[in-house]
Design a binder for this molecule. Structure first.
Ligand SMILES: NC(=O)C1=CN([C@@H]2O[C@H](COP(=O)(O)OP(=O)(O)OC[C@H]3O[C@@H](n4cnc5c(N)ncnc54)[C@H](OP(=O)(O)O)[C@@H]3O)[C@@H](O)[C@H]2O)C=CC1
Ligand SMILES: O=C1O[C@H](COP(=O)(O)O)[C@@H](O)[C@H](O)[C@H]1O
Length: 500
C-alpha cells in the first residue's frame, strides 16, 4: 500500500548492466523492499546496450542480491517488478521505446507518473540523456521527476558548469539529486546530530576550544580495474573534491535555523564560501601529493601504481592527498582542518578526530603526568561510533591521571548493520528529500577550490613518485605537514571502537 512514506515510483536505471547497479543499487532497493519502504507500487526499468530480455535482467537482479548476502525471502516477487529495454543512449530514436514501456508500467503499477531517472553511467553521457528525457517526453508526466546523477560531476569547474547548464535545460535544481555516497553514511549524517543535539559539544565547537580537526579516509585497495578513469582523476578529484570537502563542510557549518534541505545545504555552502583558497606557492606549503609504490599488505606483495593496468608507467597521477584547510570565519579562524586520503594505505578507515585545546594549566604536573588532549573521535567506517578521550584519576593512592575513553558504538545500539549509504539515499530521493545530496553551489565552490590545486600539480610534475610504499600511511611529507604546526596525525587504524 503506497503512502507518503512508501511513495509509488518508476525507477529507470541507465547503466543497469554495470558494476554499480549490480553491487549497490539492486541490493539497496531490495533492502528497502524487505523493510517495507517500497510499496508494491514500484517498477524498475533497466537499460543498457546489451540485448537482454526481462527474464535475463530479473535473474541478474536475483544474483546480485544473493551475492550481496540477501535472504531468499521475497526476491522473486521483488525481481518481478524489474523490466529491461536495450537502448544506446546516443541513439535518439530508442528513447521512444523507453517512453512506451514507462507509460505501460505507470498504468500497470499505478505509479502516478512519478519517475526517478538514475544515471549510473559514464559521465560523458549525463547531459545527452537528460536532454532526451525531456525532448522525447519521458519527463512529461503529472507526477514528480527526479534525476540522480552519479559522480564525477565534472572534471573541474568549467566542465561541471557546462554539465549543470545542460541538465538545467531539462530539470530544475530541486529535481537534480547529485550523489555523494558519503552523505548517505550513517556516521556522516551523525555529525550534525552530535554537534547540534548536545549541549556538551556545540559551545566548544570553535577556535577557542578546538586546536585542530583531522579527517582521514584511507583505503587498502589500489586502483583495481579503474586505471583508465583514475589516471584522469587522481585522489584530489576522486575523493577530496567531494567526500572530504563535504565532511569538512558538515564539521565547519553554522547551525542551520531548521533541518530543511534548503537551510542545511545553504549553511554548508556558506562554510565552503569561507574556505581559504590555496593557490600558487601556497599549494606546496598546504598540500601534499603521493603515489603508491610496491609494498606488502597482509603478507601479499603488491605492485606500485605505475605497474597497474591502464596506468602510464611514468604517471604523474596522485593516489594520496593530505592537505590543510582553513575556514576564514569567526568560528574557525586559525583552526586547521587536516584531511588525508589515499589508496593502498595500511588500513581501510574513515575517521574524524577533533582535538581540543589543552586546559590552561596542569595541576597534576608534580606527579609527572602529561595530560592527554581531549579528543572526540567520530568513527565513520568500518566501525561506526564515537569515542571521547578524557583524563581521569588512576586507581590507587597517588593523585595520578590516566587517559580514559567513553565509547558509543552504533552497532551496539541497534544490534544490526546500519543501512547501506545507497539504500538511504535512494529512499530519500523517493521521498523527495535532497538534504543529503549536493547542491550546485556546493559543487561549484568545491571545484573552484580544487582547480587551484590541480592547476599547480598539473604544471609541475612530482619528481619523487612513487613516494610511499603500499601498506603505509602515505609519504613522509604528510606527517611533516602537521609537524610544522606542532601536531601529528592521530592513529586511525582500529578494528573496533573499543580499541581506540
Ligand atoms: N562502480 C562503483 O563502485 C562506482 C561507480 N560510480 C559511478 O557510477 C557510474 C557507473 O559506474 P559503473 O557501474 O562502475 O560502470 P560500468 O562500466 O560497470 O557500467 C557502465 C554501464 O553503462 C552501460 N553503457 C555504456 N555505454 C552505453 C551506451 N552508449 N548506451 C547505453 N548504455 C551504455 C553499460 O552497459 P552496456 O555495455 O550493456 O551498454 C553498463 O551498464 C559512473 O559514473 C561511475 O563513476 C561511482 C561510485 C562508485
Ligand atoms: O567515490 C569513491 O569512493 C570510494 C571509497 O568509498 P568508501 O565508501 O569505500 O569509503 C573510492 O574507492 C573510489 O575511488 C571513489 O571513486
Amino acid at each position: 500500500m503506497k503512502t507518503s512514506e512508501t511513495p509509488a515510483s518508476l525507477i529507470m536505471i541507465f547503466g543497469a548492466t554495470g558494476d554499480l547497479a549490480k553491487r549497490k543499487l539492486f541490493p539497496s532497493l531490495y533492502n528497502l523492499y524487505q523493510k517495507g519502504k517500497l510499496s508494491e507500487n514500484f517498477a524498475v526499468i533497466g537499460t543498457a546496450r546489451r540485448e537482454w530480455s526481462h527474464e535475463t535482467f530479473q535473474s541478474h537482479v536475483y544474483d546480485s542480491i544473493k551475492s550481496a548476502g540477501g535472504e531468499n525471502e521475497g526476491i522473486d516477487q521483488f525481481a518481478s517488478h524489474f523490466y529491461y529495454q536495450a537502448h544506446d543512449v546516443t541513439d535518439s530514436d530508442s528513447y521512444l521505446g523507453l517512453k512506451k514501456l514507462a507509460d505501460q508500467l505507470d498504468k500497470k503499477y499505478e505509479l502516478e507518473g512519478n519517475r526517478i531517472f538514475y544515471l549510473s553511467m559514464a559521465p560523458e553521457f549525463f547531459g545527452t540523456i537528460a536532454s532526451h528525457l525531456k525532448t522525447d517526453g519521458l519527463t512529461d508526466t503529472k507526477g514528480y521527476k527526479r534525476l540522480i546523477i552519479e559522480k564525477p560531476f565534472g572534471h573541474n569547474y568549467p566542465s561541471a558548469k557546462e554539465l549543470n547548464d545542460q541538465l538545467r535545460h531539462s530539470f530544475s535544481e530541486e529535481e537534480i539529486y547529485r550523489i555523494d555516497h558519503y552523505l548517505g553514511k550513517a556516521m556522516v549524517q551523525n555529525i550534525q546530530v552530535i554537534r547540534f543535539a548536545n549541549a556538551l559539544f556545540e559551545p566548544l565547537w570553535n577556535n577557542r576550544y578546538i586546536s585542530n580537526i583531522q579527517i582521514t579516509s584511507s583505503e587498502v585497495l589500489g586502483v583495481e580495474e579503474r586505471g583508465g578513469y583514475y589516471e584522469k582523476s587522481g585522489a584530489l578529484r576522486d575523493m577530496v573534491q567531494n567526500h572530504m570537502i563535504q565532511m569538512a563542510a558538515l564539521l565547519a557549518m553554522e547551525p542551520p535555523i531548521n533541518l530543511s534541505t534548503e537551510e542545511v545545504r545553504s549553511e554548508k555552502g556558506r562554510a565552503l564560501k569561507s574556505l581559504r583558497p590555496v593557490e600558487g606557492d601556497e599549494v606546496e606549503k598546504n598540500f601534499v601529493r603521493g603515489q603508491y609504490g610496491k609494498g606488502t599488505i597482509d603478507g601479499k606483495e603488491l605492485p606500485g601504481y605505475r605497474e597497474e593496468a591502464n596506468v602510464d608507467p611514468a604517471s604523474n597521477t596522485e593516489t594520496f592527498v593530505a592537505g590543510k584547510l582553513l575556514f576564514d570565519n569567526f568560528r574557525w579562524a586559525g583552526v586547521p582542518f587536516y584531511i588525508r586520503t589515499g589508496k593502498r594505505m595500511s588500513s581501510k578507515d574513515t575517521k574524524i578526530v577533533v582535538q581540543f585545546k589543552d586546559i590552561p594549566m596542569n595541576l597534576y604536573y608534580k606527579a609527572k603526568n602529561e595530560l592527554a588532549p581531549n579528543l572526540l573521535v567520530i568513527h565513520i567506517q568500518p566501525d561506526e561510533g564515537i569515542t571521547l578521550h578524557l583524563n581521569a584519576k588512576r586507581i590507587g593512592q597517588e593523585m595520578e591521571t590516566t587517559p580514559v575513553k567513553l565509547n558509543f558504538s552504533n552497532k551496539g545500539l541497534h544490534g544490526m548493520n546500519t543501512p547501506e549509504a545507497y539504500e538511504k539515499l535512494m529512499y530519500d530521493c523517493m521521498k523527495g528529500d535532497a538534504t543529503n545530496f549536493t547542491h550546485w553551489d556546493e559543487v561549484s565552490l568545491s571545484w573552484k577550490f580544487i582547480d587551484n590545486i590541480s592547476a599547480v600539480w598539473e604544471t609541475k610534475k612530482a619528481d619523487d613518485y612513487p613516494n610511499y610504499a603500499s601498506g603505509t600511511m602515505g609519504p613522509k611529507a604528510s606527517d611533516e605537514l602537521l609537524e610544522k604546526d606542532g601536531f601529528f596525525w592521530w592513529p586511525v587504524t582500529s578494528l573496533d571502537v573499543k580499541d581506540y
